[in-house]
Ligand binder design. Structure first.
Ligand code: HEC
Ligand code: HEC
Length: 471
């Protein structure tokens, strides 16, 4: 009799515990896979596995700009940090939404690797996936989240009513948000902000640039904080089919595209476990097959044909497909551009990264330390302004001037295009209002070096530029 009672009690207890575990799992951990059919849409919005660790709960993330507008650089919510929001989408380009217990957001490749441009100020921006963003203000975004979390008003009482405007939460969900999700999010946002404290003593990245590997060195690889500055311009990812055998990254620190794609996801906040390898394989296929975008203004074809000869003579060895040195590392002493980005990456970092994913079913072993910068192919060049690894030269016209005659101060982050200079408009009232002041005298921002073609006669420069528009 007693035995039966104990058994019944145990059974009930077991059921209760089971139910609690199930409810906990369902509301906090259950992963709902989303599959986006179109490769381009997947590239822009598909999960790469960054939601688990670094993602912010979607509904909190949605209301932060309304609750804390004073921490944004402008009045248009996330758009003021350079995000591009397509009509009808739940998130901006480069932000995924995934349910892990509850909806969360995460960053995707496209937040940095999708370009926008406008032919005229009154136009809507045209989005070009896999192009380098000139607008996304990554450091501004990190600092915005940190400032929100530091604000004493970051509490359930302040946040929940604002969420209710967008989305009605059940009584149980409200409890979860109040006692678990909001406090944990705050703690994690504060920690994330602190992990970027080293940026406070170094030059601002500004829009369209990040220090890509120092966060990885100092956080993921647990290398002690040093004083290097690695600010680099975002790169285009299209047309990898023609980049077979090229090294990758501005200094060629990788030689495998698959590894570069996977390290990209870890750099964005995916963990060794949460990284979405299948989703990333689709990204790799997409950027491999994608053609570069065509120059969207008229080209003088006769001039371009003449310019091709100038290119063949002065540039092709390093930049043409099939060129002897294309896609290889050119020693820094030879190309002469700013060396900080190069010095940021060390042999120790390469070794540690190569050991980082031992034992997982993907692995890294092709990270390395080099002594120069990659002679990149110039496909889709027109949309890759400002030029060079640190984004220090606003236009092709400027790059073909001797370094001392190049523009010392300009504004970047304004996406209206200048087809004559071949680059974005980087001077004038609007560029100043929207853009970030890029001063080439700031450490790491130097526009010196790469003197190729700078002594050509003006007419050859003009035809060469016409040819470069066709790439
Ligand atoms: C926060 C911005 C950011 C995000 C997000 C990002 N990247 Fe990058 N990516 C960069 C920058 C900046 C570089 C150039 C870095 C350098 O070498 O200095 C780069 C370089 C690359 C390159 C090298 C291109 C070449 O031709 O050498 C590849 C490939 C790449 N990224 C793929 C990805 C993929 C795939 C993702 C998503 C999984 C991703 N990136 C996410 C900023 C980003
Ligand atoms: C000896 C090899 C070499 C030659 C010759 C050469 N370049 Fe380069 N080029 C490089 C290297 C290396 C870089 C990357 C430098 C950096 O970013 O610091 C580069 C970068 C560039 C970029 C910037 C690409 C981007 O995405 O920002 C452009 C544009 C360019 N070169 C055009 C030319 C033109 C035009 C010529 C011929 C007049 C030329 N180059 C000749 C090696 C060369």
């Amino acid at each position: 009799m007693l035995g039966k009672k104990i058994a019944t009690t145990l059974l009930i207890l077991g059921l209760l515990v089971g139910t609690v575990v199930y409810i906990g799992w369902y509301n906090l951990l259950r992963e709902v896979d989303t599959y986006i059919e179109s490769p381009a849409e997947h590239f822009k919005y598909g999960s790469i596995g960054t939601e688990n660790d670094q993602g912010v709960p979607y509904w909190i993330w949605m209301v932060l700009p309304r609750l804390f507008p004073e921490y944004l650089p402008g009045t248009n919510g996330y758009t003021s940090l350079g995000f591009t929001w397509e009509p009808g989408q739940e998130t901006p380009v480069g932000v995924s939404k995934k349910t892990i217990g509850f909806p969360r957001q995460g960053i995707t490749c496209a937040v940095c690797h999708s370009a926008t441009y406008r032919k005229a100020p009154e136009d809507n921006p045209i989005i070009v996936p896999a192009g380098p963003s000139v607008k996304f203000n990554s450091l501004g975004y990190v600092r915005f989240l940190q400032a929100c979390a530091q604000d004493p008003r970051f509490t359930a009482d302040y946040i929940l009513p604002e969420i209710e405007y967008n989305h009605s939460l059940s009584a149980f969900e409200k409890l979860l948000y109040r006692f678990l999700i909001i406090p944990t999010t705050r703690k994690e946002m504060l920690e994330q902000g602190e992990s970027f404290a080293w940026t406070n003593s170094r030059p601002n990245w500004g829009p369209g640039r990040i220090d890509p590997f120092n966060p990885v060195k100092f956080n993921m690889l647990a290398i002690p904080i040093d004083d290097t500055i690695g600010n680099s311009d975002m790169m285009s990812l299209w047309n990898q089919k023609q980049h077979q055998g090229f090294a990758l990254h501005w200094d060629g620190l990788e030689t495998s595209l698959t590894e570069t794609v996977n390290t990209g996801a870890l750099g964005d906040g995916a963990t060794r476990k949460s990284i979405n390898i299948e989703g990333l394989q689709r990204v790799e296929k997409y950027i491999t097959e994608l053609d570069p975008p065509q120059f969207p203004f008229a080209i003088d074809q006769a001039a371009a044909a003449k310019g091709e000869k100038v290119f063949d003579q002065h540039c092709a060895t390093c930049h043409a497909f099939g060129g002897e040195r294309t896609g290889t590392v050119i020693p820094q002493q030879e190309v002469g551009t700013d060396r900080h980005r190069l010095d940021m990456w060390t042999q120790e970092a390469a070794d540690k990264y190569n050991a980082f994913a031992e034992g997982y079913d993907y692995d890294f072993d092709q990270l390395r330390k080099t002594d120069g910068y990659l002679s990149v192919s110039l496909d889709g060049l027109w949309l890759r302004a400002p030029y060079l690894h640190n984004g220090s030269v606003p236009s092709l016209q400027d790059l073909l001037k001797t370094p001392d005659a190049r523009t010392p101060v300009f504004y970047r982050g304004y996406d209206v295009y200048d087809p004559d200079a071949v680059g974005f408009i980087s001077q004038g009232a609007e560029a100043e209002r929207v853009g970030f002041e890029y001063d080439t005298s700031v450490v790491e921002n130097s526009n010196q070096g790469h003197v190729y073609g700078t002594n050509l006669p003006d007419k050859d420069k003009a035809t060469l530029i016409e040819y470069l528009k066709t790439l």
